[in-house]
Design a protein around this ligand. Structure first.
Ligand SMILES: C[S@@+](CC[C@H](N)C(=O)[O-])C[C@H]1O[C@@H](n2cnc3c(N)ncnc32)[C@H](O)[C@@H]1O
Length: 210
């Protein structure tokens, strides 16, 4: 699989035209991520793999602050330009990666979002990324992505196997619960695209199974 630098270079190259052609599934997925993020007006949202800011710029309308992180400087440049054009000032775009999101020291992250980006990671790294979100103290994690539902048709992949490594919904669901997020919503957009929502389980909130 490509390295993180390969992914950054690939997205640097396509940054100018990235927003031009988007599938219906992508648009639906992005809207669902924004809808489920639903931050309070004083909350901070961290959007990882933010790209040209599709999610960060929309959640910034409701949140106190949005922090968009990505490995591609050219994608980030597009995101900053869109924020400037739209006069959105409570968003901060900068370098950061799933496993080291480079969140400003003073920011308490309440909600983590990611759309169409985590499938670039191996399953082991996806698990680590979800754990990092939990360790930041986020109360909610909203993941929209290419992911494989049980009936996914392998002969018609929605993704490029050379550069993409989508997980099954089962693997992601386990990673959420292992990191301390209860899975509270599963939205199936396509048999290879979906949105998962995890909410932090407060200690002591789990019913005693004995
Ligand atoms: C398909 S784009 C999605 C962008 C945006 N979230 C959206 O919904 O349009 C994937 C983005 O993930 C970024 N990316 C890939 N691997 C990453 C990593 N390990 N950490 C952070 N960003 C990453 C790429 O640079 C790219 O901007």
């Amino acid at each position: 699989m490509p390295s993180i630098e390969d992914h950054a270079a690939r997205f640097d190259e396509k940054a100018d035209s990235y927003d031009d052609s988007k599938s219906d599934e992508y648009r639906t997925c992005a809207s669902l991520v924004v809808e489920h993020a639903a931050p309070d007006p004083d909350e901070t949202v961290l959007d990882v793999g933010t790209g040209t800011g599709a999610i960060a710029l929309r959640v910034a309308e409701d949140a106190g602050r949005a922090v968009g992180r990505d490995i591609s400087e050219e994608m980030l440049a597009q995101a900053r330009e869109k924020a400037r054009e739209r006069g959105i000032e409570n968003v901060d775009f900068g370098e950061g990666r799933f496993r080291e999101p480079n969140v400003p020291d003073e920011a308490d992250v309440d909600v983590v979002t990611s759309n169409f980006a985590m499938h670039h990671l191996s399953d082991a790294k996806k698990r680590e990324a979800i754990r990092v979100a939990a360790d930041l103290g986020a109360r909610r994690f909203v993941l929209g992505d290419v992911m494989l539902f049980a009936e996914a048709d392998p002969s018609e992949p929605f993704y490029s196997p050379e550069v993409d490594d989508p997980a099954t919904v089962g693997v992601l669901a386990d990673a959420f619960t292992d990191a301390g997020f209860a899975l509270t919503a599963v939205e199936r957009v396509h048999d290879q695209v979906g949105v998962l929502v995890g909410e932090r389980v407060e200690e002591g909130a789990m019913p005693d199974a004995r």
